[in-house]
Design a protein around this ligand. Structure first.
Ligand code: 6CS
Ligand code: FE
Length: 294
């Protein structure tokens, strides 16, 4: 039975943004996040946590990233995304299955329980990745809502998912760190355009379809009171709503900005058919295995 499309996107102009049609925080109890943290997440759409992982774990994760980058068997996999115009590794996908240590991190109770509390249900891993953003080379990510892509291309019904990004290297204001528009998660901005076949092969290198128009972005920034740059030391983390408008700039400094991302989806929000794409994306980008993390 077809699922109603409550967030139509990838349509023709004009773009008409509309208020989010689902809650942000599903439950205030039953998890590690304090009421003040939940209120901040509800309002801003993101929450920064310092020192989530200890230095030894972060060092080991950084070594895991470079092990995977140097793995000749992985080099030709679609899981490896390279920078536009070159072959430097930009991102690695489904890392929780490629690295036992990363698999442990994504099932860590501190992350899972926080996600479950926010989403009000058991959760499973929708996607995991490392965005490597090496010094001098790492290019940015255009402004986008992850949910807009996950709805259009993966058939995610509602924005009942949360990303947790863990800094593996220092995230400074100047080395291409994540920028989020506060409050943008409470507005859905449809995008103009048609999703081409196998879009992920280009969009993960440089995204053009699924990028909101400048007028909508300017309105979100005005309503949000500006743009937040998420900085933090290695081991810090940011939890951000699936519909938070975010992006990042090129890294022109010597300091790599390498982050481990995991996306938790509610088990009540399992993927259906894409709402605006010719075919579902591969499992390593969008899991259709709803295995609740206990
Ligand atoms: O298409 C996706 O799933 C990916 N694209 C971006 C720019 N952010 C989320 C995710 O990694
Ligand atoms: Fe994103």
């Amino acid at each position: 039975m077809a699922v109603a499309d409550r967030y139509p996107t990838r349509t023709g102009p004009p773009v008409r943004a509309f208020p989010r049609r689902d809650p942000v925080v599903y439950s205030m109890e039953g998890g590690p996040l304090r009421p003040d943290e939940l209120r901040r997440f509800q309002h801003d759409g993101f929450l920064v946590q310092q020192q989530l992982l200890d230095d030894a774990t972060v060092d080991a994760l950084r070594h895991e990233v470079e092990r995977l980058v140097g793995d000749p068997e992985l080099a030709c996999s679609d899981r490896v995304i390279r920078e536009p115009g070159g072959d430097v590794v930009r991102s690695l996908f489904e890392v929780h299955r490629l690295s036992a240590l990363m698999g442990q991190v994504v099932t860590d109770k501190r992350l899972v329980d926080a996600a479950s509390q926010l989403l009000g249900s058991a959760v499973y891993v929708h996607q995991s990745r490392v965005n490597r953003k090496p010094g001098f080379i790492g290019q940015g990510f255009a402004w986008h809502s992850d949910f807009e892509t996950w709805h259009a291309e993966d058939g995610m019904p509602a924005p009942r998912a949360v990303s947790i990004a863990i800094a593996l290297t220092p995230n400074y204001v100047h080395n291409g760190s994540l920028m989020i528009i506060p409050g943008s998660h409470r507005t859905f901005v449809p995008t103009v355009g048609t999703t081409p076949p196998d879009h992920y092969r280009s969009s993960l290198r440089s995204q053009e379809v699924g990028v909101p128009d400048d007028a909508s972005l300017a309105a979100l920034v005005k309503d949000g009171g500006g743009v937040a740059v998420v900085t933090g030391e290695p081991g810090s983390a940011v939890l951000f709503d699936s519909n938070a408008m975010h992006g990042s700039s090129n890294n022109i400094t010597p300091y790599s900005r390498t982050n481990l991302f995991v996306v938790y989806n509610s088990v009540a929000n399992a993927l259906t058919d894409p709402f605006a794409a010719p075919a579902p994306r591969p499992e390593f980008v969008a899991s259709r295995t709803v295995a609740p993390i206990s």
